[in-house]
Design a protein around this ligand. Structure first.
Ligand code: NAD
Ligand code: IPM
Ligand code: MN
Length: 353
């Protein structure tokens, strides 16, 4: 029976995860999906209580027993260093070698698209964000700290294997989903070592996929074009940092962070443990106000169910999310007047219906 480790985390994380858990409970108890849920007390509260971030025995049990991790968000103003968030998030992404962070940018309704003369059909792409290396590895250091001569260095570490497998995942996805184009975004004009590797590797891998057009863009231009005209973008592959930034921009095209889901996977082996999280963070200004949009978390559950083999449920969850937007059963960030809990009540009722 698939074991799902649930980490609600911080801020609105526990608020949306409580609702995502109800969706999972529906599948478990009313649809008899063989799911075992394991709630983990990890996040800022725990860190402030006893200094724990991601203990080895928990990581080991996840590795040995879990099929998926479902994570809310991590980040709390009481932990300004963000130490616990990095330990847990990167502990899972790097530790389980979840090298492809798949972030769909798909608008579910015309009115969610903020661009002039554009509709939902114009916004439909999958971003593959490299998730295990790049500038996120925190290689570097601070020197002469606190002096006028201070130097702070973060190295951008890119390996041939790491870059190639992420690019390959993008092409494999394009092939499997009938997509015609893969775009790659880098800054090879400025960052001559690391990003030249991306550039070269991209066109080498592309040769293996003759039916798919391979197009290179500098990431600054990609941001411009995504806003001017998102229609040419089907699959985007990029590094860890640019993928983070481009997908918040992408979230804006689909109605905001409350609508953006993601999966962290070891793409080459779908049987391996994967981690699922909404793209948004802990949104401190929304905490405790019943304002957090739970739809991103529901679509994240959809991605998780698809990964576990229940593909049709992902489509069903997405359809009901679209209906929530169309019928106004949604939170204020997407033009509704309902609270987190009321949206979820409606959603679970629709799932049952
Ligand atoms: P954020 O994503 O938490 O929120 C930015 C803004 O987006 C919010 O103020 C809110 O207006 C809106 N928003 C986000 N999620 C929403 C939702 N579900 N419903 C409605 N509106 C929503 O980004 P931030 O403010 O830059 O970061 C806050 C904290 O979260 C920081 O500590 C940051 O490091 C962390 N963070 C964590 C993750 C993660 O755990 N994966 C992701 C992003 C940010
Ligand atoms: C995300 C977040 C994280 C990231 C932060 C919290 C480290 O922004 O998951 O998008 O940059 O990966
Ligand atoms: Mn982010």
């Amino acid at each position: 029976m698939p074991l799902i480790a649930i980490i609600p985390g911080d801020g609105i994380g526990p608020e949306v995860m409580a609702q995502a858990r109800r969706v999972l409970e529906y599948y478990r108890s009313e649809r008899n999906f063989p799911l075992d849920l394991w709630d983990l007390d990890l996040g800022a509260e725990r860190f402030l209580r006893d200094g724990t971030t991601l203990p080895k025995e928990v990581a080991d049990r996840i590795r040995n027993e879990a099929s998926a991790v479902l994570l809310g968000a991590l980040g709390d103003p009481r932990v300004p260093s963000n130490e616990h968030a990095r330990d847990i998030l990167f502990g899972l992404r790097f530790g389980f070698d979840l090298y492809a962070n798949m972030r769909p940018v798909k608008a579910l309704a015309d009115r969610l698209v903020p661009l002039k003369n554009r509709t939902a059909k114009d916004v439909n792409m999958m971003v593959f964000r490299e998730n295990t290396e790049g500038i996120y590895v925190n290689v570097g250091g601070q020197f002469k700290k606190g002096t006028p001569d201070e130097i702070a260095i973060n190295e951008d570490v890119n390996t041939r294997k790491g870059v190639e497998r992420l690019i390959r995942a993008g092409f494999e996805y394009a092939k499997a989903h009938g997509k015609k184009t893969v775009h790659m975004a880098d800054k090879s004009n400025a960052m001559k070592h690391a990003h030249e590797l991306w550039y070269r590797c991209f066109f080498e891998v592309a040769k293996e996929y003759p039916g798919i057009a391979a197009k290179h863009l500098y990431v600054d231009a990609l941001c411009l074009f995504m806003v001017q005209d998102p229609t040419p973008f089907e699959v985007i592959v990029t590094n860890n940092l640019f993928g983070d930034i481009v997908t918040d921009l992408g979230a804006a095209l689909q109605g905001g962070l409350g609508m953006a889901a993601s999966a962290n996977v070891h793409y080459a082996d779908p049987k391996r443990l994967a981690m699922f999280e909404p793209v948004h963070g802990s949104a401190p200004p929304l905490v405790g106000k019943d304002l957090a949009n739970p739809l991103a978390s529901f679509m994240t559950v959809g991605m998780m169910l698809a990964h576990l083999g229940w593909k049709e449920e992902e489509a069903r969850i997405e359809r009901i999310c679209a209906e929530a937007i169309e019928t106004g059963n949604c939170t204020p960030d997407v033009g509704g007047t309902k609270g987190t809990k009321a949206v979820s009540d409606w959603f679970v009722d629709r799932l049952k219906g």
